[in-house]
Unconditional design. Structure first.
Length: 160
């Protein structure tokens, strides 16, 4: 049981440190809206600040900050409770929840410290840009995909 929490903690801390270090580096080395091409026609490092959620959702709402902070705290608590209920053999779900937790806390730190989130990964094709994102967002997305995969595998195991 303890080893599960060690794995959770290690993944969460590594993800959180990677997220915060990359955001700190971008904030200290670039100007807002500055863009550095990495793969021409596909990927830039572009420094932006997002006051909202995905796709700048609710970025102009006056109540957005307390709302996003509350949602992040609730999500973190729900993730810890869900993690605690996992069986020892559900390693993929354990890893995925640790990743999602790490991403949620990473963006929560930004919101509490600065009132907004630093984004900088800019993926695009010609003139079509995906909204900029960060390491925390990547951890959440990959964690959710792994959790979905684990749920499909769990469903198949139960059918046998």
């Amino acid at each position: 049981m303890k080893s599960r929490w060690v794995i959770f903690s290690v993944i969460a801390v590594i993800g959180l440190v990677a997220d915060q270090i990359t955001k700190l580096y971008i904030d200290r080395s670039m100007q807002v809206f500055q863009s550095i091409p990495v793969v021409d026609g596909l990927f830039n490092i572009t420094y932006v600040r997002n006051r909202g959620a995905a796709f700048s959702f609710l970025s102009h709402a006056s109540w957005r900050l307390p709302f996003f902070i509350a949602i992040s705290v609730i999500a973190a608590v729900v993730i810890v409770v869900a993690f605690n209920r996992l069986r020892n053999d559900q390693q993929l779900a354990q890893v995925s929840l640790a990743m999602i937790f790490s991403g949620a806390v990473g963006n929560l730190i930004d919101r509490v410290r600065q009132g907004e989130v630093i984004d900088f990964l800019d993926v695009y094709w010609r003139t079509h840009h995906w909204p900029a994102f960060n390491v925390a967002d990547s951890l959440i997305c990959v964690g959710v995909a792994l959790l979905a995969l684990d749920m499909l595998r769990e469903e198949q195991r139960q059918k046998r």
